[in-house]
Design a protein around this ligand. Sequence first.
Ligand SMILES: *Cc1c(COP(=O)(O)O)cnc(C)c1O
Length: 407
Amino acid sequence: MEKRYIYADNAATTAVSDAVLEEMLPYFKEHYGNPSSIYALGRENERAIIDARARVAKCLGAQPNEIFFTAGGSESDNWAIKGTADRLAAKGKKHIITSVFEHHAVLHTCEFLEKHGFEITYLSVSPEGLIDPADVEKAIREDTALVTIMYANNEIGTVQPIAEIGAICKKHGVLFHTDAVQAVGHVDIDVKAQNIDMLSLSGHKFHAPKGIGALYVRRGIQLPNLIHGGGQESGKRAGTENVPGIIGLAKAIELATENISAKNDRIRPLRDKLIDGILQIDQTRLNGSREQRLATNINISIVGIEGESLLLMLDHYGIQASSGSACTSGSLDPSHVLLSLGLVHEVAHGSLRLSLGEDFTEEDADYILESMPKIVTYLRSMSPMWEKMQQEHIRLNADKTRLVKED
Ligand SMILES: *Cc1c(COP(=O)(O)O)cnc(C)c1O
């Protein structure tokens, strides 16, 4: 078997594409003017930003003045949540609804607010990794300031019923924010049709550079200023603009949101081939709904091995993948997302996430499927836990969330 190099960690980050880089390059050297300057070199860049804002807005079904450029997903999430909390606390609204399996940019922001007198409802998710809109409705109170629910989960790829949640929030007059960092370019987004009040996105998840993102804020919502200083971003986020990044973001989102269903139709069968193939290995489980799932996401628990050693072995085979989220790997805590599905630690530990890119091929899938059984057999042969399972006849239970002794 010839060694291949396969980048299957696109949910962690992506490479800047040639088309995006090409459009950005002039803004580093020739077009270096400060967009706030009065001479042509500055004014041209001001115009380029106006154009980029309109291009980003168009891809989301938004208006240009509803798009604010930020440094990425984490910043957008923080601004939307803390900004809303700050504004609505003054009106006596100090309750926020979110879910237990959000990205840490949302969860840790909510925990921060909890320390400052806010009350947070963390909705649980179904064993399939889905949020029930009825649970959102039940949790809404008189003093609810905000509902923040992610569009697609970064670990297990499950896609939430965003339009239903949006409609419920609208009905009750509660603001609705969604972290759509994993959704942009993978599902069709229309902020108006889906009743989304605020939406976070991040460029480096769809072939723009790291450190550029945006927050969509529906017209009429007065979010407090994030950075005080100059008049950039309508005076709400001061600081000389990241012009090349903004130009790159506009190009990247246009490319990412083009032909989404055709791209998904090509990649989905490869995803399913990988899921079915890896599940052939004994004592494995698919994490997250198979149907309500990004066409590019595979997340499988493999009992009896550690995620970390699996990743090192895969790397040795030329395959870059992830186990839990990049932020949790490095610590020994199993992923909060997998635990939220009801998995015990032993089942959550040996998880593998593959997130496929547009250039992923059938040959790549075949190579992964050939490598995986060898790697798993090798790792299990050295695993004390696997040995114990064999000796004591311990197996996954029926719903594959726990380990049980067979009679
Ligand atoms: C990557 C990611 C973020 C963070 O985005 P950055 O641009 O890296 O700050 C937030 N939410 C989700 C769901 C993500 O996948």
